[in-house]
Ligand binder design. Sequence first.
Ligand SMILES: [Zn+2]
Ligand SMILES: [Zn+2]
Length: 327
Amino acid sequence: MEKQNKNLISKENGGIFCSHGDFWIDPARPVKRALITHAHFDHVSFGCEEYICSPETSVLLKERVGKKIKVKSYGYDESFKINGIKISFYPSGHILGSSQIKLLGGNEKWLITGDFKRQVDETCLNYQEVKTDFLICESTFALPIFNWDSTNKIVNQIVEWVNKSPHMTSILFCYSLGKAQRLLNELKNKNIKNIYVHSNIKKINDIYIDQGINLEDVAKINSGIKDFKGSLLLMPPSQNKFNLLKRFGDYQTAFASGWMLIRALKNRSGYDKGFAISDHADWNGLIKTIKNSEAKKIFLDHGDGETLAKYLSIEENIEIESFQTKQ
Ligand SMILES: [Zn+2]
Ligand SMILES: [Zn+2]
């Protein structure tokens, strides 16, 4: 029995595999059955036979992966079974539809956080604390330097950055799914002349609005507007090319990402400015989540968790396990 339990979840080919249930979670390659925590491309493989996720994620997947994919969706707390493994989704607070996944098999209880954040974000449901025995916790920002300022403080800095240069076009780069909508929601009652978005962001905005999220319906950049002076433009990072931007005349650029807390990265990034706003948990958020889960076995996923593992061992007497990885 002990041996069987240890094998309920393993890490293989860059994804999380449940051999007893014969399904994957956020696989990196096409598989038969994929449970998806959320619709960011580093968590979704194209070409899976079947996707299983929250209803909001299913809408986003159809837009991003293809209308014809086979998707089954389950709401939060609506548990279901695959090959005897009981599965339920809980909000992870990362982006619209993002879910933690809880698995019950034999006498083992597992929780896979997926990407999550602990800050409030009106464009998705807040992170829900869930108790578990085995925890797989993302650890993208697992260094003590990562402590997020309040969202409002960062957003006010963005407003100030735009309004200080009324004769320039201010271009803020951010991820099209999640970050852009969170920023737009936070900017809705702020004093900025005009906000325009790239067509990729506009597409996602429409889905958010359709799903009942409170977003202002801002215009696309390519809609015959000639004068962008004093306006704020939101664009995906892939558009940060001089050839694409020169038509905006005098412009300044910035990037909205948690990585902007690292000065060296900020300087090397080539943006005029960085705003450290993240959709992931910071150092304290990770520690709080791990402690409150009451997990007996903890695995860190995504990013280098060595510093966090050391801290938890010394300060909290919590040991981090390593995955049995099969390639
Ligand atoms: Zn993500
Ligand atoms: Zn991710």
